[in-house]
Write a protein that binds this ligand. Structure first.
Ligand code: AMP
Length: 451
């Protein structure tokens, strides 16, 4: 039977008390399904997106095991290893262990790059119960003999799809090779592409499968739409959307490059909006300061790159704006997963220029649905919308052609800016309506004609 309350789960009393303090009453589906399996000591393959509560799904049974079987860890070793792709996510997982394990004795440390190595070496010297780490820096420490994984009893590989996207496959394999054969392994990924399945088969031993979101679907709770637009007009539309969003909750704007994120931040600041950027070029303390401000509501707008935003768990994000479309469709699912977390609902609006059209086609293919087109914004790119509705691709769109890369874009079937933009008009989104009647695009010549 699937438990419907935390009381029904065989978790130690201090853990249940901590959950009550967090005001958690009902286990989320991944928790209800995974926790009993994990308490039995089985391996687990969990297909779940961010926001489903998977951190508690793995940390509660682990904390329970540490509580029931306390043991002094060996020097430089750890009993639990959680491997996760980004430092933000690592920090967040570590905070979850602290929150849920408030009444339990355990030691824990974090290992990731971008900060000094020596404090990490010192923290590992006498061994820890829990190590939360990112692959690159962990491997450095292993190679230098500062971390020994031969005592790992519980191994959690989190956000595997992202880990592979970020090029960590080789590092992960080396780390896995250093683990002892006898351990309990947990493997979480939002999707199960063939390369992920292969890795899971290598790591897991007769695992139980738990799948929360059906494979490759977008969070249902997120109200999504696309604005077809010239890239030159994106900034104007952004300011309009930010104005409409004032005092309505937190906003994350995604930019594909670090440089783009910085530039964008400056320009929206100068338009009178308070925004800060997080990306890989900012130092860890800077990123943490910005995230803290955002989480506490003191900063209404966060500009982020995909990598930096991984692990950002903020409850009140009500709007995600994809100023640039990601060149990997799966990143779209992660981006919009920043809103609509837990029980909240949210919106995601994506700006698609002719240059990015192929990325958008990939996204719709992946999520297996057509996104409603916002027809009412003043910069609506009718020709692109028309091409898209007829299943044609803008000739300006190629996979190595991003919205940030400039390049000739005039002429042809998506050329010319202002002549395709709609003059004035309302601003609210009009979801799912067909392109405005009477104006169509001739896909072959790109000229507009009246029907
Ligand atoms: P995660 O998918 O682990 O990143 O969790 C998403 C969010 O849901 C986090 O803010 C958690 O604090 C919250 N959360 C997780 N489990 C529960 C629960 N059972 N009840 C209420 N909130 C939860």
């Amino acid at each position: 039977m699937i438990p419907t309350t935390f009381e029904e789960l065989a978790l130690a009393a201090p853990i249940k008390r901590a959950l009550a303090e967090q005001n958690y009453t009902t286990p989320s589906p991944i928790q209800a399904q995974s926790i009993p399996i994990l308490l039995e000591g089985k391996d687990l393959l969990g297909i779940a997106q961010t926001g489903t509560g998977k951190t508690a799904a793995f940390s509660l049974p682990i904390l329970n095991a540490l509580h029931e079987k306390p043991k002094r860890p060996a020097r430089r070793s750890t009993r639990v290893l959680v491997l996760t792709p980004t430092r933000e996510l690592a920090t967040q997982i570590s905070q979850s262990f602290d929150a849920y394990g408030k009444g339990i004795r355990f030691s824990k440390t974090l290992i990731f790059g971008g900060v000094g190595k020596n404090p990490q070496i010192r923290a590992m010297k006498n061994g820890v119960d829990i190590l939360v780490a990112c692959p690159g820096r962990l491997l450095d420490h292993m190679n230098e003999g500062d971390v020994d994984l031969s005592g790992v009893e519980y191994f959690i590989l989190d956000e595997v799809d992202r880990m592979l996207d970020m090029g960590f496959l080789r590092d992960v394999k080396k780390i896995v090779a250093a683990l002892p054969p006898k351990k309990q392994s947990l493997f979480f990924s939002a999707t199960l592409a063939p390369s992920i399945k292969d890795l899971a088969n290598k790591i897991l031993n007769n695992p139980a499968h738990v799948s929360i979101e059906p494979k490759r679907t977008t969070a249902e709770k997120v109200d999504q739409r696309v604005c077809f637009i010239d890239k030159e007009a994106k900034k104007d539309l952004l300011l309009q959307h930010l104005e409409e969003q004032r005092n309505k909750g937190l906003t994350i704007i995604f930019s594909r490059t670090k440089h783009g994120a910085n530039k964008l931040c400056k320009s929206i600041n100068s338009a009178g909006f308070e925004a800060e950027a997080i990306h890989g070029n900012r130092s860890q303390p800077q990123r943490e300061r910005t995230l803290d401000k955002f989480k506490s509501g003191r900063l209404p707008i966060l500009v982020a790159t995909d990598v930096a935003a991984r692990g950002v768990d903020v409850k009140d994000v009500t709007l995600v704006i994809n100023l640039d479309l990601p060149n990997e469709a799966e990143a779209y699912v992660h981006r919009i997963g920043r809103t609509g977390r837990a029980d909240a609902s949210g919106s995601a609006v994506s700006y698609c220029s002719p240059e990015e059209h192929e990325f958008f086609i990939d996204i719709e293919k992946l999520i297996q649905k057509k996104l409603p087109v916002d027809l009412d914004h003043p910069y609506h790119h009718e020709e692109l919308a028309d091409l898209h509705s007829r299943g044609l691709k803008s000739h300006l769109s190629t996979r190595d052609n991003g919205s940030n890369r400039g390049g000739g874009r005039r002429g042809g079937n998506s050329g010319g800016g202002a002549n395709r933009r709609r003059g004035g008009g309302g601003s609210g989104a009009s979801h799912g309506r067909p392109p405005s009647r009477g104006r169509v695009s001739d896909g072959s010549t790109g000229r507009r004609r009246r029907r």
